[in-house]
Design a protein around this ligand. Structure first.
Ligand SMILES: *Cc1c(COP(=O)(O)O)cnc(C)c1O
Length: 433
């Protein structure tokens, strides 16, 4: 498989180049030049297969130049010591739980696969790299966990002092080893600016082989398709191909599912579920595509006013009509999100996190109009990550998973620095060999 920029089909790179570059030089995103036909692979799957077996098959089918069958199996087992779980929720509605990884959110799948691939390529070439990333809280922890103790890689994470939640800070700062947390005296915007300036400093960039691992990276996008295939295999013997409902912000998760269907995985379509940040549902319903500043909501990991992966979806489908044949939009308010969490708590004694709740209500709405289909709604985070919102909806705190509890009891290790490129490069020169 080869990849090109969404903005220039002539700019073609390998998978390895795409993951170390992150963004194409023209500012576009990498996507497949040509999508493979994997219909035979999908036909060979059965409901009993475990996740790593399916991931291994896909890895070697997608990247035969890099990973033969045995190597693909090894990569899958290394990257995914955790698995998605498909659970029945109600009637024809299933939840695909994606929060059983180390940071308790679906981003663990993408981050962990990217980290495993980078480690593999760097080891082969006896090279080192430094992952440099800024976080406003949530996304940094999946990256930190994924790269923890990976060989030949250091991770430097900048976060704004006093502006991330206590649990998020613990998740970022208690790992140690090759994970370096920098507590910046400034805002998230300062952190992002410092990272940008470091990448623009060619001397610094080449000395440390600076690389990013943000969510637009192709190495995070592609593996997100694997769990759609896993869920498909689980329900394979039921009558109709399922509809997937995806709580969306930057639309990376949804794009990965759409890719799997383009490769030949049978589906009956996708639901793009958003909170009040509904530029894509508006577009799909016939409006203009109008990016705008994001609104703050209870499902804050989806507070995105200009979704980066829209560019990949647009490049894939070409027109709105084509996109709307595959994807139905649905926007859910904060009030409806709370009501949904509360309703499932009463009815099923279960806790939904606010992002998952957006998807569940969107699935119910769809089901009222299309009762024939099974719907697989993606559960993107553990409810214990959003204690306050769940408490507000149900009156109870959901249980905190052990891996989050453990972080709370560990000692914070962070270096406090000024909000300037000088202090960042000082740190790199002193602490990274
Ligand atoms: C990141 C995130 C989302 C949105 O995923 P995208 O790929 O950006 O659409 C949804 N839910 C949770 C919990 C997230 O962390």
């Amino acid at each position: 498989m080869q990849f090109c920029s969404t903005r220039d089909i002539r700019h073609i790179v390998s998978y390895e180049e795409a993951i170390f570059r992150g963004l194409a030089p023209d500012g576009g995103l990498y996507h497949p030049v040509k999508h493979p036909d994997l219909q035979e692979l999908f036909a060979s799957l059965n409901p009993g297969m475990d996740f790593t077996a399916i991931a291994g098959k896909l890895i070697t089918a997608l990247f035969p130049d890099y990973f033969d069958k045995d190597k693909a199996k090894e990569i899958a087992e290394k990257a995914f010591p955790f698995s998605p779980e498909l659970v029945h929720l109600d009637n024809k509605l299933y939840l695909l739980e994606l929060f059983h990884g180390p940071s308790c959110a679906f981003k663990d799948f993408g981050a962990s696969f990217l980290a495993t691939c980078m480690e593999e390529f760097l080891k082969q070439e006896h090279r080192k790299a430094v992952i440099l990333t800024a976080t406003s809280g949530d996304t940094g922890s999946a990256v930190a966990q994924a790269f923890y103790k990976k060989e030949n890689i250091d991770v430097v994470i900048l976060y704004p002092s006093g502006r991330v939640s206590p649990l998020q800070e613990k998740q970022l700062t208690t790992l140690g080893a090759n994970i370096h947390a920098l507590e910046v005296k400034g805002s998230f915007d300062d952190c992002q600016r410092m990272v940008k300036e470091a990448f623009m400093d060619t001397e610094l960039r080449s000395t440390f082989n600076l690389t990013s691992a943000n969510s637009i990276n192709l190495g995070r996008l592609i593996p997100q398709s694997f769990y759609y295939v896993y869920a498909y295999a689980q329900l394979k013997d039921t009558d109709k191909a399922p509809v997937f409902c995806v709580p969306s912000g930057n639309f990376g998760n949804l794009t990965a599912g759409v890719y799997a269907s383009i490769w030949g995985m049978p589906t009956s379509g996708f639901i793009a579920a958003t909170n009040a940040n509904d530029v894509v549902p508006q577009y799909l319903a016939g409006g203009e595509y109008k990016p705008r500043p994001s609104l703050h909501t209870l499902s804050n990991a989806m507070d995105v006013g200009n979704p980066s992966n829209f560019e990949r979806l647009k490049a894939l489908f070409g027109s709105r009509e084509k996109m709307a044949e595959h994807i139905t939009g649905c926007s859910i308010s904060d009030k409806e999100t709370l009501e949904t969490i509360s309703r499932y708590h009463k009815k099923k004694q279960t806790f939904l996190d606010p992002h998952t709740a957006v998807g569940v209500l969107a699935s119910e709405r769809y089901m009222q109009k299309n009762p024939a289909h099974n719907i697989i709604s993606l559960s993107t985070a553990h409810p214990g990550k959003f204690l306050e919102v769940v408490k507000q909806a149900t009156g109870e705190f959901p249980p905190l998973p052990d891996r989050l509890k453990e972080a709370l009891n560990k000692q914070k290790q962070a270096t406090l620095i000024d909000n300037s490129l000088d202090s960042l490069s000082d740190f790199l020169r002193k602490k990274i060999k």
